[in-house]
Design a protein around this ligand. Structure first.
Ligand code: ZN
Length: 448
């Protein structure tokens, strides 16, 4: 057996795993129905008999999916900041946070001590598998909110890492982070944003250093928050002297987090004895086919504070249902973008990921600072707002033609490119660009 953090669970025979999932789902359904006003109302409305779900298939067929919008609505109607999800007395909540509000109003989340323990166990498995080991100095670029901050400190303690804590991993801090790296030479970097992978080398360059000579102190970096394309990965590896990059993604409340480990295959394992994951067609809610992208629908199986049961995460991704040759029996997959961030050009469905892959091939736009504009439900021409790197751009007109040609050849559509400065691109929260702007909904104040 491989050197796993918890081989009993991570390599559990698949049949046993499915039986355990069903047991836990059955328990959670009844627990949530009897303890949470949100689930009681939802299941009464859909006539779900919570004690009559006998298989995982029945669970998918009979239990409705809910999304953030349902929680917001409940929040507005009831005035309850936890949207009716809370199953324990308020006193039992040990840690409270608010979502980033990337796609609208923030919603509230919380852990009980039990939930924190579960989240820490989950992340220990992934970080151990990625190669984090006792004694490593970890430059920690996290954020003082959200689900990830508190369990990560639990992970550092359990894995006996040496965290170096410094401001959060947002773009304006890149220069100062670069300076700290020069001084401290950390070995690993858990980081809340993927932008830092490209911003830190840029910052070092402008400070007069060759990034690959400074960043060679690192063994592993684990950025998270956004889907990283293979091209971006390749660019980053070159700047970081061939460092191992393992990315993490997944919606906070789900406990179905995708943090890459040691495996050679693409994607990350989801520890489905804790976070159960399904993929559905975002338009119909039906299960996606085996090779299709779909919206990730998550159920956390051990949470007692604010359980999520068939939560439509609005993340678009892929999932492979069987274990792998390394001995892990849990499925693996990845996130490729937001489910709402899709548009139709000449009958083709495109997502920011598709454009990002192309921009990253050109040094002038390798940072992929851009935004797709949805100006109609059916469009004839793809419209992009793009910021180019002035340092590398000699002739913007030639660059535009080159990108248009590349997009035509690879995506099969014509494309309008408007050059913009970076501050014109939508950034709903400091650590993330919104690569999608929906102007068909202008006036409604939402872009996701
Ligand atoms: Zn694997």
């Amino acid at each position: 057996m491989r050197n796993m953090w918890n081989a009993t669970m991570q390599a559990m025979p698949e049949r046993e795993l499915r039986r355990l999932q069903l047991e836990r789902i059955q328990f959670q359904l009844q627990y949530a129905y009897h303890s949470s006003p949100f689930y009681r109302r939802l299941y009464d409305q859909f006539r779900v008999k919570v004690d009559k779900i006998r298989s995982l298939e029945e669970f998918s067929e009979k239990v409705p999916i809910f999304r953030k919008e349902d929680l917001r609505q409940y929040q507005e109607e009831s005035g309850d900041p936890f949207s009716g999800l809370r199953c324990v007395p308020f006193d039992r909540l040990a840690h409270i946070w608010s979502s980033s509000g990337t796609t609208g109003l923030p919603t509230m989340g919380a852990y009980t001590f039990n939930d924190m323990r579960v989240a820490t166990e989950y992340l220990c498995r992934s970080y151990w598998s990625a190669g984090y080991r006792p004694g490593m100095m970890a430059l920690t670029l996290n954020i003082n909110w959200h689900w990830v901050f508190v369990p990560l400190f639990g992970v550092y303690r359990r894995l006996k890492l040496k965290p170096v804590v410094y401001d959060f991993g947002a773009a304006p801090f890149a220069a100062r982070v670069a300076k700290w790296i020069r001084i401290l030479k950390p070995e690993v970097m858990p980081c809340v944003t993927t932008e830092m992978m490209s911003l830190i080398p840029e910052a070092l360059r402008s400070q007069g250093y060759e990034p690959e000579k400074i960043l060679n102190c690192f063994k592993i970096i684990t950025p998270m928050g956004e889907a990283v394309t293979p091209q971006n990965m390749e660019n980053a590896r070159a700047n970081w002297a061939g460092v191992t990059i393992k990315q993490g993604a997944g919606p906070g409340e789900s406990y179905a987090w995708l943090f890459e480990g040691e495996c050679d295959h693409p994607g990350a394992h989801v520890w489905t004895d804790i976070g159960y994951l399904e993929l559905v067609d975002p338009d119909t809610g039906e299960p996606s086919g085996p090779d299709e992208r779909g919206e990730m629908v998550a159920t956390n199986l051990l949470v007692d504070g604010l359980p999520y049961i068939r939560f439509g995460t609005e993340d678009l991704g892929w999932l492979q249902g069987e274990g792998c040759s390394a001995g892990y029996t849990h499925p693996f997959g990845g996130v490729v973008g937001r489910a709402g961030w899709r548009l139709r050009v000449k009958g083709k469905t495109l997502i920011p990921w598709d454009v990002e892959l192309i921009l990253q091939r050109h040094s002038e736009t390798a940072l992929a600072r851009f935004c797709m504009v949805k100006y109609a439900d059916q469009m004839d021409v793809l419209r992009l707002m793009v910021a180019y790197n002035e340092r590398y751009t000699r002739d913007p007109q030639e660059l535009r033609s080159r990108l248009q040609r590349d997009i035509r050849e690879n995506l099969g559509v014509e494309c309008d490119i408007e050059w913009v400065s970076e501050d014109k691109l939508p950034r709903p929260v400091p650590h993330k660009l919104a690569k999608f702007l929906d102007i068909t909904k202008e006036g409604k104040g939402r872009n996701g």
